[in-house]
Design a protein around this ligand. Structure first.
Ligand code: FAD
Length: 312
């Protein structure tokens, strides 16, 4: 097993936030066989598992992950087309799939252009943008249940795909591959949509600095970014971690950001927005590993120690 795993692997290198400590064990399986071997290893050693794709929706603890991290990204990547259907392995870059679909005149996922995750991560999160999401084009996925090592095919309708959630996420399943159905469309039209979406992302999002995408989910009938902005929290900073002045629902890492500082900022936002609007923002970003603070909740609010952070 030693040839499949690396010890003390720095996770900060391989997530878009550039934050996080080391994984006790780290592996990038390139086949289902290797994946099964690694799951056996984790079971034998009683290691907690963390499945990650491109780490574009994760906040990894400064203490790292005291178990096995399975990185299902570039080594688990393949794409085959059958007319208007695409079959791809879960480590495939979602944006690469979309770029190929657009070139072929295959419509369905173009509004998701620029989302920097893998297909597996996008299914787990039911990634979406501009009222479109993975669920709209997905037919089925092949998943592996780490608890039983069983592989099964699950149809879209059984995947409980909701707003940034799925059965995959709820039950800790591992997506091996996914099948998508597209509809035929004019290539030039699709290319124009993709270009416009990418342009808007560049204009509105702080893509020049490490981040994890939208930090909070959209509350009913509102936008997290608008509420945060109305609390004058743009630029609020803890250490090297800052609420983006370009988009208030993004937190950026200005160099040596720490996960604990991200959580401090998240808690400050949750408390401030709750006190002003009575809305408790729910994080979209997934916390992985141990943190020394817990997530702010109003009832426990008075007990939460005020952290020293700089307003700037
Ligand atoms: C600049 C930026 C813009 C973004 N814009 C959007 C957006 O518009 N819309 C949106 O929805 N998201 C957006 N995101 C968030 C993120 O890109 C998506 O959630 C993406 O789908 C996560 O994919 P990933 O491979 O990076 O997953 P990771 O971040 O590695 O993991 C996320 C979750 O998926 C699970 N997971 C990953 N791979 C698998 C697998 N193979 N099997 C089972 N579970 C798996 C992980 O365990 C974890 O729970 C953005 C992020 C950034 C940094």
């Amino acid at each position: 097993m030693m040839n499949l795993t690396v010890s003390n692997y720095p996770l900060g290198k391989i997530n878009t936030f550039k934050i996080g400590g080391c994984a006790k064990f780290f592996a990038q399986p390139s086949s289902q066989k290797q994946l099964l071997k690694l799951l056996g290893f984790a079971k034998e050693k009683n290691l907690p598992l963390l499945v990650m794709g491109k780490g574009s929706n994760l906040l990894l603890s400064d203490k790292g992950w005291d178990g096995l991290v399975l990185n299902i990204s570039s080594f688990f990547s393949d794409l085959k087309w059958e007319k208007m259907h695409a079959h791809c392995l879960s480590g495939m870059s979602l944006d690469k799939l979309i770029s190929e679909a657009v070139k072929k005149g295959c419509s369905g996922l173009e509004y998701l252009s620029g989302i920097p995750g893998t297909v597996g991560g996008a299914v787990a999160m039911n990634a979406g943008a501009y009222d479109s999401c993975i669920a709209h084009s997905l037919i089925s996925v092949r998943v592996l249940d780490p608890a039983t090592a069983e592989v099964s095919c699950v149809d879209r309708d059984e995947l409980e795909l909701g707003y940034r959630t799925s059965l995959v996420k709820k039950n800790g399943l591992i997506v091996l591959s996914a099948k998508f159905r597209f509809s035929l469309c004019d290539t030039a039209k699709l290319a124009a949509v993709r270009k416009d979406v990418l342009k808007r992302r560049k204009e509105k999002q702080p893509l020049e600095l490490p981040n994890c995408g939208s930090v909070f989910k959209r509350p009913h009938g509102n936008y997290a970014g608008t509420l945060i902005e109305k609390c004058s929290l743009k630029g609020y900073r803890c250490g090297d971690v800052e609420i983006s002045s370009k988009h208030a629902n993004f937190i950026v890492n200005r160099g040596n950001g720490k996960a604990e500082d991200v959580l401090r900022v998240i808690n400050h936002v949750r408390r401030t927005v709750y006190e002003k609007f009575g809305i408790l923002l729910e994080p979209e970003v997934i916390f992985a590993g141990e943190f020394s603070q817990s997530l702010y909740v109003p009832d426990a609010g008075l007990k939460v120690k005020e952290e020293k952070c700089n307003e700037s």
